[in-house]
Design a protein around this ligand. Structure first.
Ligand SMILES: Nc1ncnc2c1ncn2[C@@H]1O[C@H](COP(=O)(O)OP(=O)(O)OP(=O)(O)O)[C@@H](O)[C@H]1O
Length: 281
């Protein structure tokens, strides 16, 4: 944790900075899932000897048919679900839900309706109780500025659109300066235009802040647009079906990137693989 308002990594701050997909220095965390077995109630196996890792600053999108265990994997990675065997580490340390390195954004923004936007964003800092109130407010305002919502600080969630609420949820995660951002279909409930805007904003923020991201989506185009690597899950308990490196140039803009032949090739490849999984089920 830094003591500044929100730490934007600069090249000078790192002797040998790892590079994220945007080619910028990264302060992201590495995660590693090693030989993980997991079964709900001990009887419904979801994963057997699962292995997955990400390098600092990498943007990993997780795709797979409904029920294959994407959210389960996210809950294992966050420490909310303990594996029955194997090991999950963030920068070499066994994960726990309290790890300050972790940030979450879910499909529903889950804002507190009785708190204004600033206090929603400040909530985690208030609970941690480590900073004076004025500093908490400064940090919350800086996080809101990152998502373009500084002017909405005094509004309440019901006065915001769905897209604005999801931006607040993102600011609430970012204010804690997570080094690994776990996102579970964060834009799935939004209209296509808002979703496109938020996809571009997320990439801009990740390029600037450098955190590692695990992003669950059902949308193949969204996965290809955002990610450095797409991980495709098979029907449980088969685990990972395959991975695909997304070698599209950055920075990415939706309209330009979608027009690239390589974008079509990558999305087609994934769609074919998903059809094969579903067809075989
Ligand atoms: N707490 C639980 N107890 C028992 N079974 C569960 C629990 N949570 C999820 N499951 C089951 O585990 C399987 C995987 O669920 P999970 O939510 O991880 O899948 P998913 O790939 O994220 O699905 P979707 O794409 O539909 O969101 C499903 O069959 C689900 O019913």
């Amino acid at each position: 944790m830094s003591s500044g308002i929100l730490t934007i990594p600069s090249t000078a701050a790192y002797a040998a900075p790892p590079r994220n997909g945007a080619g910028l220095p990264s302060n992201g965390a590495a995660f590693r899932v090693e030989a993980v077995d997991f079964a709900y109630d001990g009887t419904h196996p979801m994963f057997r000897s699962l292995a997955l890792s990400a390098r600092p600053g990498e943007f990993v999108a997780l795709l797979g048919p409904s029920g294959c265990g994407k959210t389960t994997l996210l809950n294992l990675l966050s420490g909310f679900l303990p594996p029955s065997s194997g090991r999950i580490t963030i920068d070499g340390e066994t994960v726990t839900p309290e790890m300050p390195a972790l940030g979450y954004v879910f499909q529903s923004p889950q804002l507190f309706p009785w708190l204004d936007v600033l206090d929603n964003v400040r909530f985690g800092l208030r609970m941690a109780g480590r900073l004076p109130e004025a500093e908490q407010r400064d940090k919350a305002l800086a996080a809101l500025a990152l998502v373009g919502l500084e002017a909405a600080a005094g509004k309440f969630p019901h006065q915001l659109s769905g897209g604005m609420q999801q931006r607040v949820a993102l600011a609430r995660a970012l204010v804690l300066e997570p080094r690994l951002l776990l996102m579970d279909e964060p834009f799935a409930a939004l209209d296509a235009i808002t979703r496109a805007t938020l996809n571009e904003e997320l990439l801009r923020l990740c390029g600037r802040l450098g955190q590692t991201v695990l992003f669950i989506t059902h949308d193949v185009e969204e996965a290809v647009f955002l990610a450095d690597r797409v991980v495709l899950l098979d029907i449980a308990p088969a685990g990972i079906h395959s991975e695909l490196a997304i070698d599209l140039p950055r920075p990415r803009r939706l309209r330009e990137t979608r027009r690239l032949e390589r974008f079509t090739t990558l999305t087609d490849t994934l769609l074919e693989r998903i059809s094969a999984i579903v067809g075989a089920a």
